[in-house]
Design a protein around this ligand. Structure first.
Ligand SMILES: NC(=O)c1ccc[n+]([C@@H]2O[C@H](COP(=O)([O-])OP(=O)(O)OC[C@H]3O[C@@H](n4cnc5c(N)ncnc54)[C@H](OP(=O)(O)O)[C@@H]3O)[C@@H](O)[C@H]2O)c1
Length: 348
């Protein structure tokens, strides 16, 4: 299938290009960005920041204006990594005729737009039919959650399925790539930590409960436990780390919990989707892991590594762990691509 990428010159756009380069089913035909980049060869328009070199075939593609009319007519899927304000206006125009798999937060919490992690809530794709009916579109939009939410929610899913969660506290240590190429000035972050990421805590709290919810009468009914997030930016390039504290309504055996998490598999693994990791959650037994530099690339950056899983001494119903997930792969481009693979398998 031919695909296009919106925001192709940015941090997430580059990850799309890197991952799609090796994809057996999706072929990039159109690259779109702002008017600053439009009309230039991709190589000239882009400050490439990834360790792997820019794939040869994209270098000469001429970047287009972000307008559905500039996209090759045989393109079927559009991956979006646009800034949210712009995505809000532009993605619906693409949704009229294309399948849009978006990273942007603009449309995530709208009733008829599925917010999906394939291992967690694939059934939310049922909303696509309602969306097309409501809007009279031939295409549709499916979104993935923000980077820190995806990693957390993947680890909560098997716990939520097997136990009753009372409350979750999470404190994040998020990489600078999560803010985009021009996001955090080096003078602000080197030798430093910033204990605030605009809108991030609200996104984690709302999106996690939404994704772990159920569809009732064509609307999402949120999961009903309490979740409180505290988000920090740290001087790490890629890979978000999160300290998670969970209280259940029953006493738990930590070995059972370990098995529940490490045995977790879901629909993408059953369907053998190309980007699906064999193990969505990897449990590390090493006492000083996970670490972003060592663990962010687990299973091509698509697995979340959990370590330091232990009981919390303050209460026998509580336990805690640390996780690391790759923010621009599992938390962004890889998430949209896995969504698109699921869409192809389930809806086309
Ligand atoms: N980074 C992450 O870890 C992460 C994770 C999850 C979700 N996201 C979301 O993904 C989106 C992109 O993030 P990013 O980190 O890739 O940002 P970024 O590095 O700043 O890239 C932004 C991209 O959007 C393009 N763009 C900016 N303004 C535009 C406009 N008015 N019209 C058309 N194109 C425009 C830029 O093109 P030019 O180069 O031409 O300016 C560039 O390609 C955001 O919504 C972000 O919240 C990011």
């Amino acid at each position: 299938m031919k695909v296009g990428v919106l925001g192709a010159t940015g941090m997430v756009g580059q990850r799309f290009i890197e991952i799609l380069d090796k994809h057996p089913d999706f072929e990039i035909c159109s690259l779109l960005a702002s008017s600053k980049s439009a009309g230039k060869r991709y190589e000239d328009a882009t400050t490439w920041y990834l360790e792997n070199p820019m794939p040869e075939y994209v270098k000469d593609i001429v970047v287009s204006e972000t307008d559905p009319n500039t996209v090759d007519s045989d393109v079927e899927i559009i991956f979006s990594s646009l800034p949210t304000e712009f995505a809000k206006v532009v993605e619906p125009k693409f949704g009229e005729n294309f399948i849009v798999a978006s990273n942007a937060s603009a449309m995530r919490m709208i009733d008829d737009i599925p917010l999906v992690i394939p291992e967690v809530n694939p059934e939310f794709l049922d909303l696509v039919e309602i969306q097309q009916k409501n809007r009279g579109w031939d295409g549709f939009i499916v979104t993935n959650p923000n980077c820190s939410t995806i990693a957390l929610t993947l680890t909560l899913k098997p716990i939520h399925d097997n136990y009753n969660i009372n409350r979750v506290y999470v404190s994040t240590m998020q990489a600078v790539s999560g803010a985009g190429y021009n996001g955090v000035p080096s003078m602000a972050i080197v030798d430093n930590l910033i204990p605030f990421i605009d809108g991030e805590e609200e996104k984690m709290e709302n999106e996690t409960l939404h994704i772990l919810g159920t569809i009732k009468d064509t609307r999402v009914k949120r999961a009903d436990f309490n979740l409180s997030a505290s988000c920090n930016r740290v001087a790490v390039l890629d890979g978000h780390t999160e300290s998670v504290f969970i209280e259940l309504d029953e006493d738990i055996d930590i070995l059972d919990m370990k098995n529940t998490m490490s045995n977790f598999k879901s629909l993408p693994q059953e369907l053998n989707l190309f980007s699906a990791p064999k193990n969505p959650i990897i449990i590390s037994e090493n006492e000083n892991r996970p670490q972003p530099r060592m663990d962010r690339n687990a299973e091509g950056g698509m697995s979340v590594t959990v370590g330091r899983l232990r009981k919390d001494d303050i209460c026998n119903k509580s336990f805690k762990y640390t996780l690391v997930g790759h923010n621009t792969i599992r938390g962004a481009a890889g998430a949209s691509i896995l969504n698109a693979e699921l869409i192809v398998k389930k809806l086309l």
